[in-house]
Design a protein around this ligand. Structure first.
Ligand code: SAH
Length: 395
């Protein structure tokens, strides 16, 4: 068996790993034997020399992302089996053979016991996004495994990790096709069509995590005036129009996002008077628009990317929600979200409640939303939970 650099923990620092938590923090390390480089595979042992796990080494606060709590040979077969399990889970969820949906998340990092790895499947194209250099180094193994698993259903594999890996890897990584080339980038989600720009778009190109929430929105949009803020590709707007909304306004500050929104509205056949998009800051738009709305969607980018910015972020969420609550018509519905991982759902909820109190309107919380099942949260890694939302009914 190959010898890997060995990490020995301080006495008493093995508890989290025994609970199968997949991050080893640098503060728990007593000693490193060997000279692991960024992305090297290492083995972790307790202070009493008991094997605890193996993973990818990283020169940072999360020193190791653990991909196995057993001593394994991490070869192509090992990774193929992991991907196979991820695929079988999505099959069990009914996502792989649906006539209406051909886009889903195949791998969600720790939720699939592959920390540092995201893979989204877009109607034949797998888009890989790495959050650890160790995973990036495995890109060819992963591509080979995907080809075997999907067979003819896989037309191309694109890796897009420049923006997600620490900047020090900037010159070492490239966003490129690892298999195939530009392929069909039209996907279908609950029978709604979307162009996905995985090469240039945000994240892997599309926010798959809102699939179930977009579907729920449809229940509330028939003959309603809808404001979709932070629209990006226009996901919520397309669903609202499909549900028979009488008017939909999409707002995003990025010209590219507005272009994507309009393209997606058009390919679904809704490019008529019912839809209009606005390139604007959301707060400015809400301040100045004279239109009134029955349904408002608030899906801002992560206001708090780090614990240090959490306090300021909460003020941002409060202000945004208060504005929408004040603005919405009587008997209106607000779909409000936060995708900041560091903002717990209870804190988000109390912030929205604070906004409701300030607005002096009667507000009911009628649903609590989260991320869909193809973004699973490992019971041993609760940090995987990041998307939370509330549906409000405002009188
Ligand atoms: N709701 C979308 C995802 C939103 S991503 C979906 O379902 O796909 C966040 C979007 O907010 C991005 O497109 C970004 O361009 C936009 N954005 C960020 N800050 C903004 C601001 N202050 N005003 C308007 N749009 C903003």
């Amino acid at each position: 068996m190959k010898e890997y650099p060995k990490i020995i923990l301080k006495h008493g620092k093995d508890e989290a790993l025994r609970r199968r938590h997949q991050w080893l923090f640098s503060g728990a390390i007593q000693q490193i034997e060997g000279h692991p480089e960024e992305g090297s595979i290492v083995e972790i042992f307790s202070s009493r020399n008991e094997f605890l796990g193996m993973g990818h080494y990283n020169d940072g606060s999360i020193a190791v992302r653990i991909f196995s709590f057993e001593q394994v040979i991490p070869d192509t077969v090992f990774w193929k089996q992991k991907l196979e399990r991820a695929l079988q889970f999505r099959e069990a969820l009914g996502l792989c053979s649906s006539p209406n949906t051909n886009v889903y998340r195949l791998v969600f990092g720790e939720g699939d016991e592959m920390p540092g790895l995201i893979i989204d499947f877009y109607n034949g194209t797998a888009v890989i996004q790495c959050h650890s250099y160790g995973m990036y180094l495995l890109r060819d193994n992963i591509t080979a495994a995907l080809k075997e698993l999907y067979g003819y259903k896989l037309q191309s594999v694109f890796i897009k990790s420049k923006e997600t890996l620490p900047t020090k890897f900037g010159d070492l990584v490239q966003d490129e096709y690892l298999y195939g080339g530009t392929s069909e980038n039209l996907v279908s989600e609950n029978s709604c069509k979307f162009f996905v720009d995985w090469e240039q778009g945000q994240k892997t190109g599309f926010f798959i995590d809102q699939r179930e929430n977009r579907k729920l929105l449809m229940q509330y949009c028939h003959e309603k005036k809808v404001l979709n803020t932070f629209s990006y590709t226009g996901g919520f707007s397309v669903y609202a129009l499909k549900a028979g909304a009488s008017l939909v306004h999409s707002v995003d500050s990025s010209a590219k996002a507005i272009a994507l929104t309009e393209q997606n509205i058009a390919i679904n056949g809704y490019a008529d008077k019912k839809h209009e998009s606005f390139k604007s800051d959301v707060v400015e738009f809400m301040k100045h628009t004279e239109e009134t709305y029955d349904v408002i969607i608030l899906d801002p980018p992560a206001y708090a990317k780090h614990i240090k910015t959490k306090h300021k972020a909460m003020q941002g969420y409060k202000r945004l929600n208060e504005m929408a609550i004040r603005k919405i018509n009587r008997s209106g519905f607000i779909f409000t979200f936060s995708c900041s991982q560091v903002v717990e759902s209870s804190l988000f909820r109390s912030t929205v409640i604070a906004a409701a109190i300030q607005s002096e309107r009667n507000v009911r919380i009628i649903a609590q939303l989260s991320q869909p099942a193809d973004h699973p949260v490992s019971a041993f890694h609760p940090e995987g939970e990041y998307l939370k939302g509330l549906v409000l009914f405002v009188e």
